[in-house]
Design a protein around this ligand. Sequence first.
Ligand SMILES: Cc1ncc(COP(=O)(O)O)c(C=O)c1O
Length: 395
Amino acid sequence: MAAGVSGPLEPYRPTWAEIDLDRLAANLAAIRRRLGSVPLLAVVKANGYGHGAVEVARLLESERADMFGVALPEEGVELRRAGIRAPILLLGGFTPEQADLVLAHGLTPAVYRPDQVAALVAAAAQRGVTAAVHLKIDTGMGRLGVPAAEAGAFAQVLAEAAPRLTLEGCFSHFAVADDPADPFTDVQVEHFLAAVDAVSARGLQPRLLHLANSAAVIDRPPTWLTLARPGIILYGYRPSEAMQPLDVQPVLTFRSRIIYIKDVAPGTSLGYGRTFLAPRPARIASLALGYDDGLPRLLSNRGHVLVRGRRAPIVGRISMDLTTIDVTDVPGAALGDEAVVIGRSGDESLGAEALAAWAETITWDILCGIGPRVPRLYHRAGRTTVTSRFADALA
Ligand SMILES: Cc1ncc(COP(=O)(O)O)c(C=O)c1O
């Protein structure tokens, strides 16, 4: 077998992610079944959790997702430029300097600072438009948002900004919804509802009230209110092992190939720091990926990939572009063999959760860490397309 990749990936180094858009559509349908008539904002920030924000949002829009959520105005602009027309909520807000950019692209920002309101009012007046905003309320996450107890006073600022500004929604984010036993989520809900009452008392009537991340979609129907905001379950992962799985499947697989293979004598060292010394005569293969591509360096001498349906341990330090694995116990392992980092090989499978556990992190971090050098191959209804940061350079 050649050490490269055939088909649309031919121009690229043999490391790629495959995204099954049919599965994504099926996951959306499963979430919809769970939510019934409650509308859904699909969270596609961080490049669609590493899956490719544009392709993910296009698919979800064609499947009638009601709204999209991104963190940054830049991410929203990227989606607009790709033709996404559904409402896009900027979950992380914006800087006052970005106010005009936000309006120019019809994005809906979260607000939580008076200077954001002032900047939006000025930009909206200049354009002769009304800006719709969502008030971000901090009910216990403690990162961003107007403290719940101050929501009424902030609502006064918003009320005074009419008619240039209209309050379309109020939202907050859960800190521990992935632990069904933790009572803090109920405390957050209480604070949120009290804050919304205080906002209403200022004469504002936000249409969209939203709290529910994936964990709450699975576990806490009372928190769905008038909009739910699933992220990780769209991509096929449950938020924690404590949660019942919804009927969703991982959308992404991550693969590379053996680009060099050799037999080494006992005592041979591998990689930076010489952290691995072959304990026996060993067959060592080098894979065309490293930490820049999203294989966490913490997996050095920890965890495995799958080759020919067998586990091949990662040995030595993962470097920026290369990783060494021990294929001594993989009969027939050869140059060009596929190495599955996330996905299935024969009877074995590896999920992003396993990588997350080895790397002492979470599934989200693994998925959105898949780097921009990695081409993405999309499958939809029997058709395959590829995107790559290098597409223009190679054209
Ligand atoms: C404000 C907000 N809402 C919803 C989500 C989606 O969370 P999850 O991926 O756990 O569903 C996120 C993700 O971090 C978020 O920041």
